[in-house]
Ligand binder design. Structure first.
Ligand SMILES: C[S@@+](CC[C@H](N)C(=O)[O-])C[C@H]1O[C@@H](n2cnc3c(N)ncnc32)[C@H](O)[C@@H]1O
Length: 259
């Protein structure tokens, strides 16, 4: 179903990848006892992840000695490159049970250690770590919206967030672009054999000039935002709140306060 192969433009990285989506999806569904085969994300290196992995390989200082989390890890590509670049520790998060096996196999083939967590990371506040990698995670509405909100919380807490994305439908506007690459892909996954993809970050707090906006900026840095309600009362909203609705409101309030 998969074969160990070199990854284009990433010398020293080899992954167990599939050549045929349909056959792999069918075999994976059989293995999991499912009737409806989902996309075997873990069996391919996605365009967004390929660009992010190249960025990490070219900028090892982004991860060296740091605690790194790779969310939506799939094959483990970005996690593995971070480990090779000297990360202090690397943990991969993915909800697909076959991603766990894929990350373990690929980490072993590249002689690096990558931890794995299978529970849905987006149902909890972002983990304590220095860097979060997110390769090609904005491909679907629910996942895209949830993961970006979660990454914003992480960034506002001071975690370095690196997103690799070729401009998928649910990638929001306004992210800070760090680099752009052309990467090789396959007609099995995309409508081209080569695609442009970029690496973005979410600034820990937007640069602001003065007065009220600076106050909002500082409040966001502290992970908290205060809003004045119509009745004149001031209410503190916390972007780290465990309640998704309150967290969302806090994020929105922070955005409005900073504009
Ligand atoms: C398009 S793949 C990208 C894989 C890899 N980062 C790459 O670029 O090759 C997206 C991955 O996100 C995972 N995913 C979807 N929802 C998730 C969630 N709530 N938490 C963690 N991972 C999730 C999928 O299982 C899949 O492996």
């Amino acid at each position: 179903m998969t074969r160990l192969q070199a990854v284009p433009d990433l010398p020293g990285v080899r992954l167990h990848l599939a050549d045929d989506v349909a056959v792999t999806a069918h075999l994976a569904a059989e293995e999991l006892g499912q009737s409806d085969p989902g996309l075997p994300f873990w069996a391919f290196a996605w365009v967004g992840g390929l660009g992010l992995a190249r960025y990490i390989a070219e900028h090892p200082d982004e991860v060296a000695g740091r605690r790194v989390v790779d969310v939506g890890s799939g094959s483990g590509l970005c996690a593995i490159v971070a480990a090779q670049a000297g990360a202090g520790s690397v943990r991969a998060f993915d909800i697909d049970p076959l991603a766990e096996a894929s990350v373990a196999l690929n980490a072993r083939s590249n002689r690096v250690h990558v931890g794995f967590a299978r529970s849905d990371p987006l149902s909890a506040p972002p983990p304590v770590c220095d860097v979060i990698l997110a390769g090609d995670v904005c491909y679907e509405q629910t996942m895209g919206t949830r993961v970006i909100e979660w990454l914003r919380v992480a960034a506002w807490r001071g975690t370095r967030v690196l997103i690799g994305d070729p401009g998928r439908r649910y990638l929001p506007a306004g992210l800070e672009r760090l680099a752009t690459y052309r990467v090789q892909t396959t007609l099995e996954l995309e409508n081209a054999t080569e695609k442009e993809t970029s690496v973005f970050t979410i600034p820990s707090a937007p640069a602001t000039a003065s007065g009220a906006s600076r106050q909002a900026d500082e409040s966001v840095r502290a992970g908290e935002i205060r809003v004045r309600l119509r009745d004149g009362n001031v209410r503190a909203l916390d972007v780290r709140d465990d309640d998704a609705a309150l967290r969302s409101l806090a994020l929105r309030a922070a955005e409005l306060a900073i504009r």
